[in-house]
Structure formats: C-alpha cells, structure tokens
Design a protein. Structure first.
Length: 115
C-alpha cells in the first residue's frame, strides 16, 4: 500500500507561480513513475506531467515550458512547479504513483487561477 498526500494548492493570480507537493508513504520502494493529473468538474482526468524513477520527465502540451515536475527520493516527495499560470489551469490536481500492480491516488488539491 502507498499513501499520497498533496499540498500547496490555492488561489493565485494569472501569471503567478504555485508549487504543489505530494508526499508518499507506505511501500514506497514499489513506486516507479509518479505523475500529476488534473480534473475539472464533468471532465476527464488529464495527465499533466510524469517523472520516472530514473528522473525522465514528460509533459502535456498545454503545460510544456511552464510546469516542471521533480522528485526528491530522499524525502519521498514529488513536486509540480507551475509558472505563468492561466485561468484555464484551474482544476483539482491529483498525485499518482505507479507500481507494478497498482495505481495510487492522492485526495487532490484545488488550484484556482484568477484572471
């Protein structure tokens, strides 16, 4: 079992930055890739960024060049640094941890970008 707890969401003005954190606990040695997703009400959950256990990163086109995913294995934490935020980035952001047998999810953290 893996537990994920997100933090760092909130209200920010357009153009501003915000950093999300996701702390993992439990069977952390089983975790491979970690990801950030986001979801608006009534819409499908969207993959925002992925970082593998080797540190390779990929991004959705909508956030490429603005968001940076990173992980600190010593702290069992993954981060999402969001720059140049836009109102369309407003969503609930979820942390995801991938193991060989399961996908684990955090509870989500709300990000609201005002124009």
């Amino acid at each position: 079992q893996v537990q994920l707890v997100e933090s760092g969401g909130g209200l920010v003005q357009a153009g501003g930055p915000l950093r999300l954190s996701c702390a993992a606990s439990g069977n952390i040695f089983s975790i491979g890739a970690m990801c950030w997703y986001r979801q608006a009400p009534g819409k499908q959950r969207e993959l925002v960024a992925t970082i593998t256990d080797f540190g390779r990163t990929t991004y959705a086109d909508s956030v490429k060049g603005r968001f940076i995913i990173s992980r600190d294995n010593a702290k069992n934490t993954v981060y999402l640094k969001m720059n140049s935020l836009k109102p369309e980035d407003t969503d609930v952001y979820y942390c995801n941890a991938v193991t060989t047998s399961h996908n684990y999810w955090g509870q989500g953290t709300q990000v609201t970008v005002s124009s």
